[in-house]
Design a protein around this ligand. Structure first.
Ligand SMILES: *Cc1c(COP(=O)(O)O)cnc(C)c1O
Length: 386
């Protein structure tokens, strides 16, 4: 059994993907080929924003966004304490200070209450200038952008949506459906192979409606180019999406739209039905909550156990049965060695810290079969059920 079955996906899409790669090889337009521009237009249209700029990976996408706003020394950037390292790493890399914010136990996403406390704490201290909120769409579900946008407006902050896991997620606001990667002033995603929309290596993208920022990002990603690559008007980076990856993503985006997103939601519904329908598991396993008006792209299906011992025991038991699971994330951001000595804790982070002990991600992907899911749930009942 695969945790995320990229092999079956490839076998399903093989004729189109092989042809797309051969086309790039034949044209030998490996850098900035037409497929890159086409993909950017397709992604912008899918998300519903004006500009999409692809780049080398999701981490660079975050860095490019922070560079666009000139975030650096003396700036406070608010980051959820429960996320992948890059959400905070990029902030520190730019010289700014990440301030970690507690998350909600049911959605795993940034708590707006904790966010406001953190902003107030930074203002009261008066050492740093609050500038940006990095809101992460963790495990595929958009963050609470209604509440977060209110706070951004109240305190004059930018929202940087880290949609690395969120591509395909949705949120209805006042009856209008919005897609993930449209919620930030700038939004980013990652095409790392295991993300909801993945390529066959590293890749990323940046989304914005702002013409000026889009132009700046297009310059920053290619050595701060002016008129061309050899006219350099600012310090930038080298961060492009390879043409081969763009060509593969064109095929995968179509499958994602046609059936993958729907199928992964069906798989999530089966887990939730099977796990919450079992009397033997009552009070022992908490299934992930998708809040009303939200739709997830299920980068992960993470259950919560009652304690670290139960989680570790279950993980070992499932491993023995050939069922792979993962712990996202074993450590909260503020406990990472890299942030030791950084004054990044201003609020209570106990929810995030607790989640790291109790969370367990089950195999999840659009090609998961109902029989496999039933086997997984049966194994959980064998180990934990009463
Ligand atoms: C994967 C991920 C990133 C980084 O993306 P890469 O393409 O691996 O650089 C950033 N933020 C979150 C939340 C992620 O899950």
């Amino acid at each position: 059994m695969q945790f995320r079955d990229l092999k079956t996906q490839y076998q399903t899409l093989k004729p189109e993907i092989d042809q797309a790669v051969i086309d790039v090889m034949t044209a030998s337009n490996f850098i900035s080929g037409i497929q890159v521009t086409e993909l950017e237009a397709q992604l912008a249209s899918y998300v519903g924003v004006k500009h999409c700029i692809t780049c080398a990976n999701g981490t660079d996408a975050l860095t490019l966004a922070l560079m666009t706003w000139n975030i650096g020394t003396g700036d406070a950037v608010f980051v959820p304490d429960f996320t992948f390292f890059a959400s905070g790493e990029t902030v520190a890399y730019e010289g700014a200070t990440p301030i970690f914010v507690n998350v909600e136990e049911d959605s795993f996403n940034m708590s707006p209450v904790s966010l406001e406390q953190a902003i107030e704490a930074v203002l009261k201290e008066g050492k740093l200038t609050p500038r940006v909120i990095v809101a992460v769409d963790l495990f595929g579900q958009p963050a609470d952008y209604v509440a977060i946008r209110k706070l951004a407006d109240k305190y004059g902050l930018y929202i940087l949506e880290d949609g690395a896991q969120g591509f395909g997620g949705r949120l209805q606001i006042d009856g209008v459906e919005h897609r993930a990667c449209s919620f930030g002033d700038i939004s980013t995603t990652s095409f790392f192979p295991a993300k909801p929309l993945g390529c066959y290596g590293d890749g990323g993208a940046i989304f914005t409606d702002n013409d000026g920022w889009a132009e700046l990002i297009r310059s920053l990603r290619i050595h701060g180019k002016g008129l061309d690559k050899y006219d350099n008007v600012r310090i930038g980076m080298n961060s492009r999406l390879d043409t081969i990856q763009a060509a593969i993503l064109q095929v995968k985006l179509k499958a994602f739209e046609d059936y993958e997103l729907e199928d992964v939601n069906k798989a999530a519904a089966i887990y939730t039905r099977e796990l919450s329908g079992k009397k033997e598991l009552e009070g022992l396993v908490k299934v992930p909550l998708v809040k009303e008006d939200f739709y997830s792209s299920w980068a992960q299906y993470s259950i919560l156990l009652n304690s670290g011992e139960e989680r570790d025991g279950l993980q070992a038991y499932l491993k023995g049965k050939g069922i792979p699971t993962m712990v996202y994330y074993p450590k909260p951001m503020h406990e990472q060695t890299a942030f030791a000595g950084v004054d990044c804790v201003k609020v209570d982070l106990s929810v995030s810290t607790g989640l790291c002990k109790k969370v367990l991600a089950l195999p999840m992907h659009p090609y998961l079969k109902e029989e496999e899911q039933k086997r997984i749930v049966e194994a959980i009942v064998e180990k934990l059920g009463r």
